[in-house]
Design a protein around this ligand. Structure first.
Ligand code: KG4
Ligand code: ZN
Length: 320
């Protein structure tokens, strides 16, 4: 009913990335005004609220602690149930807030600043992780690539803007990791670094062509590996999630190559926000999931356990 976001992008931009201590202090300053504004915009009173959902991981410990403790205090003060939500699962639920209608089983590609996970979702709360990143996450690759090219932070939108309408001019490597559903982007990042080091000057045309080539390499791998897994599993739908899902080239790559429907949330629901945690909390609460006040943050929380023994070793024909 309302979705209030206190962005810290401007504060972290001057450091070229998120400074954890700065982030958690900023959370402390903004969280209560954000809750008050969200309640006011929704024209809601505490009597209208059925439960408090909060993400307890994965993420930065200090920031998670602020959210979890504020949620506990609100739940205790108003006598409301507390529902702990996995941040990655929350990203997937952006698809329940968009125009499309998700159907199970579906294949979810979660691409954020910390994760590139391929997850099979067979029902609400039922996940099996098929693949993950071996090194840099897709969003992390965008952020590091942008830094190499002297573009701003966050890197994803900066690279997307620089690459807009530009034909990729350089051949950069793709790590297919054949026989697995895993991803790897650190080799691509190193290749971009070498490309830049070989240049004498970073003229805008070079930067734009390098940005377009870099973006295309990430998009190619994400699209092809996800579609390959979708074919193998015979799923009828693909859901994109996480900050990188806001990338238009990625969305276009899926829409023009997929034979099954691909749901892509609106950009504001792709990057971190509270509505996706609430949407996920709604379904968990319906399933009877309620947490105690002893719930703690889990900064390295993952989503769905890896299946045993099916193709998770490095493929012999892998390029890296
Ligand atoms: O999901 P998110 O908001 O936060 C995390 O949970 O990590 O994702 C942030 C990541 C950043 O790495 C950012 O560069 C990337 O998402 N991102 C994008 C775009 N918008 C945000 N990457 C590519 N293209 C975009 N338009
Ligand atoms: Zn996120």
């Amino acid at each position: 009913m309302s979705n209030v976001i206190a962005s810290q992008v401007d504060i972290h931009a001057r450091y070229g990335g998120i400074v954890p201590e700065v982030a958690s202090r900023q959370h402390l300053i903004t969280i209560l005004p954000v809750v008050e504004t969200a309640m006011a915009e929704a024209k809601a009173t505490w009597q209208d609220i059925a439960a408090v959902a909060v993400t307890f991981g994965p993420g930065l410990a200090g920031s998670l602690l602020v959210g979890v403790n504020v949620a506990k205090a609100i739940a205790l003060a108003h006598g409301l149930p507390l529902v702990g939500i996995n941040h990655l699962e929350g990203h997937i639920y952006a698809n329940w807030l968009g125009d499309g209608q998700p159907v199970f089983p579906c294949l979810c590609l979660i691409v954020s600043g910390g994760h590139s996970d391929l997850v099979l979702m067979s029902g609400h709360g039922a996940f099996e992780r098929l693949g993950r990143t071996r090194d840099d996450a897709a969003g992390e690759a965008f952020d590091k690539g942008a830094r190499i090219l002297g573009l701003g932070y966050p890197g994803g939108p900066a690279i997307e803007a620089a690459a807009e309408g530009v034909t990729p001019g350089f051949s950069l490597p793709r790590a297919w990791l054949k026989g697995t559903d895993d991803f790897s982007f650190s080799g691509l990042k190193t290749a971009l670094l070498h490309l830049v080091q070989e240049r004498k000057s970073m003229d805008p045309i070079f930067v734009a062509e390098a940005a377009a080539s870099f973006q295309q390499a990430i998009v190619d791998v994400l699209v092809n590996k996800t579609l390959e897994a979708a074919r193998r599993l015979g799923v009828g739908q693909i859901l994109l999630a996480g900050g990188v899902a806001a990338n238009k080239a990625l969305g276009d790559g899926f829409v023009s190559n997929s034979s099954v429907p691909v749901l892509i949330p609106p950009p504001v629901l792709c990057t971190d926000n509270a509505a996706i945690i609430a949407a996920c909390g709604y379904y968990h609460f319906q399933l009877g999931h309620v947490d105690g006040y002893d719930i703690d943050v889990v900064p390295s929380l993952s989503l769905g356990s890896m299946p045993q023994g099916i193709g998770h070793s490095l493929g012999s024909d892998s390029r890296f």
